[in-house]
Every structure is written in structure tokens, then in C-alpha cells.
Design a protein around this ligand. Structure first.
Ligand code: SF4
Length: 76
């Protein structure tokens, strides 16, 4: 098994358009998802129309063929 976010237990993807992707698309990294190894992180404060607010926290976005040193093979 190659190390890649797609093969990692912490990779999470939304199902939007995923069914239209081929295996080659996944291998080429055209699919994106979220890395869920850590809790979500807050983004910067945003100012709009005189108000300052912060959106919900987000998980880091990764591509299916990315990987990092904390890779853990997906179970089933
Ligand atoms: S960034 Fe690392 S921990 Fe996160 S999904 Fe990719 S390989 Fe897994």
C-alpha cells in the first residue's frame, strides 16, 4: 500500500461528485478531502459591513495523493 491521504484512516471526504471520479483521478490527487487527525482549527477573524466574526472551525484540506508523517493505514 502506498502512503497517501486516500489510504489513511484520518482522511474524510464529502460525497459531492466523488462517484464521477475514476481510480486514476484518485491516484492523480484530483480528489480532495479533510485531514481529521486533529480537531478543527479556527480561521482568521473576518470583517464585513462593520461587524467582526469568525466562521466555524475547519479541518485542514488535503488532496487524495498527499501524505504526512502521521499516516495510518485505513482499516477496511
Ligand atoms: S495529512 Fe497525514 S494524517 Fe492527515 S490524512 Fe493525510 S496522511 Fe493522514
Amino acid at each position: 500500500m502506498d502512503r497517501s491521504c486516500f489510504e489513511c484512516d484520518f482522511f474524510h471526504f464529502e460525497d459531492h461528485g466523488v462517484r464521477e471520479l475514476t481510480e486514476a483521478d484518485w491516484q492523480a490527487g484530483f480528489a480532495e478531502g479533510e485531514c481529521r487527525i486533529n480537531p478543527p482549527v479556527l480561521g482568521p477573524e473576518i470583517e464585513r459591513d462593520g461587524d467582526t466574526f469568525r466562521c466555524f472551525g475547519e479541518f485542514p484540506k488535503v488532496l487524495s495523493n498527499d501524505w504526512c508523517g502521521q499516516f495510518k493505514p485505513r482499516v477496511a
